[in-house]
Write a protein that binds this ligand. Sequence first.
Ligand SMILES: C[S@@+](CC[C@H](N)C(=O)[O-])C[C@H]1O[C@@H](n2cnc3c(N)ncnc32)[C@H](O)[C@@H]1O
Length: 217
Amino acid sequence: MTGADEFAPLRITYRTDVATTATNSQEAARIYDDWAEDYERRILSYGYSTPAVAAGFFGRYVAPGAGSVLDAGAGTGMMGQVLAPLGYHDITGIDISENMLKVAREKRVYRDLRRMELGRRLDFPDHTFAAVVSTGVFAAGHAPPESLTELVRVSRPGGCVIFSVRTDVYVEGGFRDRQDALEREGKWRLLQTSEPFSHLRYEDPGLKVRIFAYRVR
Ligand SMILES: C[S@@+](CC[C@H](N)C(=O)[O-])C[C@H]1O[C@@H](n2cnc3c(N)ncnc32)[C@H](O)[C@@H]1O
């Protein structure tokens, strides 16, 4: 067996590519329901770094004790697991996949975990959260740019919204337009953007994301 052949089984379970082919939210939920058990082991083996980079921005703009945090598209809870040891303990997670939430529940780092769909109205009152974080969710076949309007609605004035966007959907998927429109409407103000970085460098170094940090007005 050659070196390349040894990695053949890994290629067959190349799931981030599969996940971006979802054409509707039910399909995305099904893909992640199927993937949940093995998601973390596999995505970490691909060098997944988005939660780590987002945590840098989060620590810069959100004080521990600032109030409730929403992890939008929490998945198996990797972000909660990064934030909890840094002193953020009031975290609510939402996700469209019940099986991903089930894995997150086992970690016991979230105050609450609920099945909810980004892109529709969220079941939270206005101004509920002091901060919102979302990693790995704004990509092809995942949550649409309309989700951002809801994330602003559920954030308190003065709160922060910190999220990753895949560079291949930023312009073409309508994220730049939605982000700029929210700024023009006076709903939020851009604090900082990261440089684009390869968030899955062992899977495909050509895929990149940027992290955005906004202050809600
Ligand atoms: C790549 S995973 C990222 C999970 C986690 N945030 C992380 O960084 O590990 C994408 C997550 O987005 C969720 N998702 C996709 N579309 C969604 C939608 N419209 N509403 C809520 N969650 C969604 C999937 O179920 C999955 O858990």
